[in-house]
Design a protein around this ligand. Structure first.
Ligand code: THG
Length: 270
């Protein structure tokens, strides 16, 4: 299970402020902490100012990459911002994301193919996020046909069946989990990913909801996720769920997490 650290995201207020003020130290601190917590990629999202996104994303990349070894996950729907960031990255990044929207697919997929990037593919198109599992699967089929045609192998594609908040639709997690099982079954070589914390937008005590969803998503075949690696409870849940699912030979990951103090509260010696 690979973690994509979610915290450098310009839709978060404190991060938007740091981008605006060019406060590199704040961003670098988030990068270092997430890398130390075991993130395999760091998501970088410059936020929602179309006129500034290119400059802001380049700034983020140049601030983050000198202080960590892990590759970035460039989170943007804007082909110009992605192309500009690709020129300044030190290591091949993950591209987040393509979707069934024709323009996004036509302009971003060539960048993915040219640079040999892993890519996140969202199960949505220009009509939005389909309500039903079968329709999301249909978009996933279309996306895999497109990545294959572009010469991108399935194991470089991270299909995202899309997690939407339970606050407005209490069947939303069930739809996402059904879509994951269907994708896993039809495209066994492709990866699955999710913006996990989306599931709890607008709810109180979000971490409980995120953890319950993570456990069920792992059982449905999730093998990577965009989440908060600094959430210790989340990482403890991940270690326990992997053990229960038989993904942790000799219980090594679980016992390592215990020895690293993941299951005790900071300052608690038990
Ligand atoms: N799929 C893909 N990419 C994505 C998403 C997705 N990128 C963006 C988003 N969704 C995933 N990233 C986040 C980042 C932060 C939060 C949720 C999803 C979030 N943060 C809280 C906040 O800012 O208040 C709490 C965490 C915090 O403060 O640290 O909810 O679905 N491919």
């Amino acid at each position: 299970m690979k973690i994509i650290g979610e915290k450098i995201n310009g839709t978060r207020r404190r991060v938007a402020q740091a981008i605006e003020e060019r406060d590199g130290a704040f961003i670098q601190d988030l990068a270092i902490k997430q890398a130390q917590a075991g993130a395999a990629w760091l998501d970088v999202n410059a936020g929602t100012h179309p006129d500034r996104e290119v400059d802001d994303l380049i700034w983020l990349v140049e601030v983050v990459q000198p202080v960590v070894q892990v590759p970035l996950c460039l989170d943007s729907a804007n082909p110009l911002a992605l192309a500009a960031a690709l020129k300044v990255v030190a290591q091949t990044p993950m591209i987040n994301s393509i979707s069934g929207e024709p323009k996004r697919l036509e302009e971003i997929l060539p960048l993915v193919a040219e640079h040999g990037c892993p890519v996140i593919a969202l199960a949505m198109d220009d009509k939005g996020i389909p309500e039903r599992c079968e329709q999301r699967l249909e978009v996933a089929r279309h996306l895999i046909a497109a990545t294959r045609a572009a010469g991108v192998p399935d194991d470089r594609v991270y299909l995202d069946p899309l997690a939407m908040t339970l606050a407005t639709n209490t069947r939303s997690a069930l739809i996402t989990l059904d879509t994951m099982r269907a994708i896993r079954n039809e495209f066994p070589d492709a990866h699955l990913t999710l913006g996990l914390s989306n599931i709890s937008f607008g709810l109180p005590a979000r971490s409980y909801v995120n953890r319950a969803f993570l456990t069920l998503a792992l059982a449905a075949g999730l093998d990577s996720a965009i989440l908060d690696p600094l959430d210790r409870e989340m990482r403890a849940t991940l270690a326990a769920a992997r053990l229960v699912l038989g993904h942790d030979p000799h219980c090594l990951g679980y016992t390592r997490a215990y020895r690293a103090g993941l299951f005790s509260r900071p300052g608690d010696s038990s």
